[in-house]
Design a protein around this ligand. Structure first.
Ligand SMILES: [Zn+2]
Length: 68
């Protein structure tokens, strides 16, 4: 996994796939063309969160959700 592969631009397909769940950090929905990242957090595996709500951890090579 690299920083680039965990960064995604929201397209229609992704919007449809995530419309039931939304952002794992704030619970908000995603907008078309928005940048989201796959981040580790208080959940299993990686989930889509807003880019500003995660930071990249160079040690693990993965995005980690910011504590709110
Ligand atoms: Zn969010």
């Amino acid at each position: 996994m690299t920083r680039k592969s965990d960064t995604v631009l929201v397209d229609l397909a992704l919007m449809g796939a995530l419309c039931g769940t939304g952002c794992a950090v704030c619970g908000g929905s995603f907008s078309l063309g928005e940048t989201v990242v796959l981040a580790l957090g208080k959940w299993e595996g990686k989930r889509h969160v807003h880019e500003r709500e995660a930071r990249f951890d160079p040690k693990t090579g993965a995005f980690v959700a910011r504590e709110t």
